[in-house]
Design a protein around this ligand. Structure first.
Ligand code: SAH
Ligand code: SF4
Ligand code: F3S
Length: 439
């Protein structure tokens, strides 16, 4: 028995999947008798759950490792660890820096208690084995969101789509779906603990398949099992998002009217080089279908500017696609070559950084206008909003998202986090709908 409880601090980088994983890690560690440190200063174990998606993400974390090492040196007995995608990608390289005691890939978290124990005894630990089965289905995550309203539920792990630019299949391994019964159980459990929104997470939710249960069936089951819960999901891949999923959304009012549908590029030539398995025309036809079935559905996207060999014409195809779709929101990046990926092996990273930056800025400027236009279309409309808490700028105002995932703020003293409130849009900025309580 440990006499004093050891405490673990974890900083989480990267996507929502990593947030969900950190919650799994805290659950595993909690069962093994470790506490959670809110601050580095209180921690015996300092860890980062890391992301490899772009070089700048990794550089930032490498900087943090230096910082962690300063704490580690200053306080004997403190150990440091790297979890997640960078652990998986860089493996021994991280241990060899001598600044890290534990390197644990995304499928090795069940072993963390014993790895930490060993590391605390001065023996560095590494486990970067990827699994074909691990889904952490039986683990009850320790929720870390601040407001207790919105939770992530991981429904699958890994990815089988080898998009040529992407490191995820290498860091997360093969795709596997989690038992749908454990997902429904987790959603019900969240509801009973006061959560009113869950986001079902996977790199490609449309290829969810657990012993014949597909994503449409899962979505339907979860939506019907907890009718008072809002359901979101991410990410949908344009080649896979099926009519069944759209029809299930359309027939379940608690499934939010928002689809995140990363397009990556508007040029067929580039899409092919990216190994995305759809064309511009196919993408636009899916957008039409979404709007036909759900005219009020928001669509957001991801895009990469300056992929290998991208010409001005390809770039203009991306701009024109954005204009044509009129995205409600977008995450925009310029291409960052990832070692070991197909693109890194096959295509030179030949768009210079000035051009990448300029193209990215052009996309951002366009999207800023489209976001504003999208918000302006909502003026005068009423929405049901889930209260997240006080707005950042004004303590007399509450904030929360509408089903389309747009941030709303309104003056309100009567409601609290977790309430559903009807609001009417009075004005807007590019980022926010400024609302009043509806009559
Ligand atoms: N599974 C999701 C995306 C996961 S990664 C999907 O397929 O859509 C999130 C986003 O990061 C991607 O959509 C892509 O736009 C971006 N991204 C991935 N690899 C990148 C790279 N090498 N350089 C720049 N952006 C990248
Ligand atoms: Fe990466 Fe493509 Fe898989 Fe998304 S679908 S995680 S972009 S390989
Ligand atoms: Fe990053 Fe890994 Fe997510 S590379 S985006 S943390 S799956």
């Amino acid at each position: 028995m440990r006499s004093i409880m050891k405490k673990v601090y974890i900083e989480t980088y990267g996507c929502q999947m990593n947030v969900a994983d950190t919650e799994v890690v805290f659950s595993i560690l909690g069962k093994a008798g470790y506490g959670r440190a809110e601050q580095i200063a209180d921690a015996d174990v300092i860890m980062a759950n890391t992301c490899s998606i772009r070089d700048n993400a990794e550089q930032r974390i490498l900087g943090r490792i230096e910082q962690f090492n300063i704490w580690r040196k200053a306080r004997p007995g403190v150990v440091t660890g790297i979890l997640g995608c960078m652990a998986e990608r860089l493996k021994d390289e991280l241990l060899n820096t001598g600044k890290v005691d534990i390197v644990a890939g995304p499928d090795s978290y069940r072993r963390l208690p014993s790895m930490i124990e060993e590391a605390l005894c001065g023996r560095p630990q590494i486990d970067v084995l990827l699994s074909r089965e691990e889904t952490y289905a039986d683990i009850d995550p320790v929720r870390m969101d601040k407001n207790g309203v919105s939770a992530f539920i991981s429904i699958m792990r890994g990815c089988n789509n080898v998009c040529s630019y992407c490191v995820v299949p290498y860091t997360r391994g093969a795709e596997r779906s989690r038992d749908w019964k454990s997902i429904v159980r987790e959603a019900c459990d969240c509801f009973s603990r006061g959560y009113r929104e869950v986001t079902l997470l996977g790199q490609n939710v449309d290829s969810y398949n657990y012993e014949g249960t597909d994503f449409a069936a899962l979505l339907k089951t979860v939506a019907e099992a907890v009718p008072g819960m809002r359901i979101r999901f991410s990410t949908s891949n344009p080649q896979d998002i099926s009519d069944e999923v759209l029809l299930t959304m359309a027939s379940h009012p608690n499934v939010c009217r928002h689809i995140h549908l990363p397009v990556q590029s508007g040029s067929d030539r580039i899409l092919e080089k990216m190994r995305r398995r759809y064309t511009r025309e196919w993408y636009l036809s899916r957008v039409d279908r979404i709007r036909e079935l759900m005219p009020d559905c928001a669509i957001s996207t991801d895009v990469i500017a300056g992929f290998c060999s991208e010409t001005e014409e390809d770039h203009r195809d991306t701009l024109s696609l954005f204009e044509k779709v009129g995205f409600d929101a977008a995450y925009m990046f310029y291409y960052s070559e990832r070692p070991g990926t197909l693109a890194a092996r096959k295509y030179p990273d030949d768009v210079d950084i000035a051009t990448k930056t300029r193209r990215l800025e052009e996309i951002i400027a366009l999207q800023n206008r489209l976001s504003l236009e999208s918000n302006r279309r909502d003026l005068g409309k009423e929405f049901m909003v889930l209260v997240e808490g006080p707005s950042k700028k004004n303590p007399d105002e509450l904030c929360g998202r509408n089903p389309q995932n747009k941030m709303c703020v309104w003056a309100d003293k009567a409601h609290k986090a977790g309430d559903f409130v009807r609001v009417k849009v009075r004005d807007c900025t590019q980022a926010t709908l400024l609302c009043d309580l509806a009559e």
